[in-house]
Design a protein around this ligand. Sequence first.
Ligand SMILES: CCCCCCCCCCCCC/C=C/C(=O)SCCNC(=O)CCNC(=O)[C@H](O)C(C)(C)COP(=O)(O)OP(=O)(O)OC[C@H]1O[C@@H](n2cnc3c(N)ncnc32)[C@H](O)[C@@H]1OP(=O)(O)O
Ligand SMILES: Cc1cc2nc3c(=O)[nH]c(=O)nc-3n(C[C@H](O)[C@H](O)[C@H](O)COP(=O)(O)OP(=O)(O)OC[C@H]3O[C@@H](n4cnc5c(N)ncnc54)[C@H](O)[C@@H]3O)c2cc1C
Length: 670
Amino acid sequence: MEDTVDHLAHERSKAQFNVEEMKIIWAGSLHALQVSDRIAKLVASDPGFGKENRAVLSRKDLFKSALKKAAYVWKRINELGLSEEETSWLRFYVDELAYDYVHWGMFVPAIKGSATEEQQNKWLPLANTMQIIGTYAQTELGHGSNVRGLETTATFDPVTDEFIIHSPTLTSSKWWPGGLGKVATHAVVYAQLITDGKEYGVNGFLVQIRSLDDHFPLPGITVGDIGMKFGSGAFNSMDNGVLRFDRVRIPRNQMLMRVSKVTREGKYVESNIPKQIIYGAMVYVRQTIVADASIALSRAVCIATRYSAVRRQFGSPQNDQNGNGIETQVIDYKTQQSRLFPLLASAYAFRFVGEWLKWLYTDLIQKLEGNDFSTLPEVHACTAGLKSLTTSAAADGIEESRKLCGGHGYLSSSGLPELYATFVPACTYEGDNVVLLLQVSRFLMKTISQLQSGKKPTGTTAYIGHVEHLIQCGCNVKKAEDWLNLCVILEAFEARAIRLLVACAENLTKFANPLQGFSELSPDLVEAAVAHCQVIVVSKFIEKLQQNIQGIGVKQLLETLCYIYSLNLIHKHLGDFLSTRSITPKQASLASDQLRSLYAKVRPNAIALVDAFNYTDHFLGSVLGSYDGNVYPKLYEEAWKDPLNESVVPDGYHENIRPVLKQQLQNARL
Ligand SMILES: CCCCCCCCCCCCC/C=C/C(=O)SCCNC(=O)CCNC(=O)[C@H](O)C(C)(C)COP(=O)(O)OP(=O)(O)OC[C@H]1O[C@@H](n2cnc3c(N)ncnc32)[C@H](O)[C@@H]1OP(=O)(O)O
Ligand SMILES: Cc1cc2nc3c(=O)[nH]c(=O)nc-3n(C[C@H](O)[C@H](O)[C@H](O)COP(=O)(O)OP(=O)(O)OC[C@H]3O[C@@H](n4cnc5c(N)ncnc54)[C@H](O)[C@@H]3O)c2cc1C
C-alpha cells in the first residue's frame, strides 16, 4: 500500500513565514505562479510526459524518446491552444533536452535579431509553425570562443546572385550545434563574408541543410552527430552535430541583412547599427541562462534540503516520546548548514538577479527599436558576467548538493547526477566562463579609463563614479550584529571591487603594449570582474528587499538569505577583502559569527523555503527530494526497477561467472 504520510509535516509546521506569499515572490507574480502551477500539474499528470529513467537508456533509445516527447509537446501545445507564456512553462516542466531548445532558444532569436523585416516576414512564420526546424551553427571544430577566427566562407557570386557556402578546412567543420546532428532542416550559419575579393568578417546566413521531403542532406552537405557526451542521460538526448559544406549555393537574400548587406552588384553596405548586433542571439541566451542557473541550483538545493531533514546519522541528546534515543537529522549538523544554506541563499539571489537581467534585456530591445544603442555595452557585460558567475556557482552547488546527500546522492534516482551533467556545460556553451569574464573586465577597464575624461559611469557601474570615497572608506563593523546592515555590506563589496579594478588599471599602465598587459594580468582581471559581478548580485538582492513584499515573515526571511549570501561570499573570498583592506581580520571573524546566527534563523524555515519553489515531484525527478520525504521505500522500489534486476541470474552468468567459479573449485581441489 502506498504510504501517504507526510514525513516532513513537522518540519513544515515550524515555518515562520507565509509560504504561499514566498511562492509568489519566487515565481515573480501571482499570475506567474498561477500559470506555472497549472502547467506543472498538467505536465505531471500526463503519462505522455512521464520520466523514464534516462540513465539506463541506450543513446538511440534516449534520442528516440526525446524526439517522441518533443513531438508530443508540440501536439499538446496546438491541441490545448496554449499561449506563448503557457508554452514556455510547458517546455520547462517537460524537462527533456531536444532539438526544440535550440530551435526556439537560438534559431528563432537569431532571425529576429539579425534579419531584416522582409526576411523575418518570410522565415518566422515557417519557424514559428515548425514547418522548418532550425539550429544555430556558429562554433567550428577549430574555433568556438574566437568567433572572428571562424573559417567557413560565404563568397558572393554576382553572376548567379548567390552566396557560396564552403568549409575550406577540416577545422572549419561546424561542430556542436544542438539539433543539427539528426533533426534540423535549416541553420543560421556564421561564416566569413567575401565579396568583390574582400573579406568583411563574420555574418549570419540562413541555409537549408536537409530536404523537407525525405530529410536527406541537400547536395554538398555532410552532416551527422558528434557522439556521446558527459554523463548518462543529460545532453545525450540532444543531437549536437557536425556540418560541412562543399560549395553550397544559397540565394543572396539569405544573408541576414539587418546590420549590413550585399547589393545585387556585390557591394558590401554597412548600416548605422553596431556590428555587435550580429552577436545578439548570444546576449539573449546568456540572459536566459542566468534564470536556468537559479532553477538548476534550486532543484538541487530542494533535493538536498528535504533529504537532509529526513536523513539521520549518529546519536542525539534528545529522546522521542517513547523514551527511545533518536538519531540526529543531518540538517542539524552545523557543517551541513554551512554548506547547504549558502546554496539556498544563492538560489534566491540568482532568481532575483535573473529577473532584473530580463528587465535590462527587454529595455535594451525597446531602445534598439528606437535606434538607441547606448546600453548595449553594459548589457553585453552584464549578461556575459552574470552568465559566468551564476553558472559556475550553480554547477559547483549541484555537485555540493550531491555530496550533502551522502552515498545516495550518487544514485541516478537521486536526480542529482543527471542534473549536474545537464547543467555543467552551461559553464562552456554560450561563451566559456573565463572568456566572458575577460569581456567584462575589458568593459570595466574602459569605464575606469573614461573617468579621467569626466565620463560618469551609470547603471551597474555607477559605484565606480564614487572611486575616491570607495578607495578611502573603512568598514565600521565592530560587533557581529553590525553586519546586519545592507548598506555596510554593499559598501564592503563595492570597496573590494573598485580596489581590485583600480589595481588592475594601474598595473596595466606599466606595460608599453596594452594587449600584452591585458594578457599578463588576465587572472587578476578575471578576479576583479567576478568582484564586480558580485556587487551586481548583492545590490539587486537588496533592491528586491526594497520592493513591497507581502506576507508574514517573508521579508525577514529574504533579508536573512541576503545576509547569508553576502557574508558567505566574504568568507569565501576573504583573501580579496583582506588584501584590499575592505574589511579587517577582526571584522571577518565577526562575519563568521553572524553567519552562525543566520543559519540558526534559517533552520526552522529550511523546508518551507524550498517548498516555495513550488516544484512538483515530476519536475524534481528525485527519490530523495520528493515532497512527502518518504525516501527509503522510494529508494528501495527504484532499485528494483533497474534493468539488471529484470532477471535473478544475470545474462552472462554461464559464459563469464560460472567458469570463474568452477575454476576456483578446481584450484581448491588441487
Ligand atoms: C536542468 C536545468 C538545466 C537547463 C538547461 C537548459 C539547456 C538549454 C539548452 C542549451 C542549448 C545550448 C546552446 C548553446 C549554444 C552556443 O553555445 S552558441 C555559440 C556561443 N559562442 C560563444 O558564446 C562564443 C564566445 N565568444 C564571443 O562571444 C566573442 O567572440 C568574444 C569573446 C566576445 C570575442 O570576440 P571579438 O570579436 O574578439 O571581440 P572583442 O574584440 O573582444 O570585442 C569587440 C567589441 O564587441 C563587444 N562585444 C563582444 N561581444 C558582444 C556581444 N555579444 N554583444 C555586444 N557587444 C559585444 C566587445 O565588448 C567589444 O567592445 P569594445 O570594447 O567597445 O570594442
Ligand atoms: C553542450 C554544448 C552545446 C553547445 N551548443 C552549441 C550550439 O548550439 N551552437 C554553437 O554554435 N555552439 C555550441 N556549443 C559550442 C560552445 O559555444 C563552445 O564550446 C564555447 O563557446 C567554448 O568555445 P571552445 O569550445 O572553442 O572553447 P575554447 O575557447 O577552445 O576553450 C578552451 C580553453 O581555453 C580558454 N581560453 C580560450 N580563449 C581564451 C582567452 N582569450 N583567454 C584566456 N583563456 C582562453 C578557455 O577558458 C578554456 O579553458 C555548445 C557547446 C556545448 C558544450
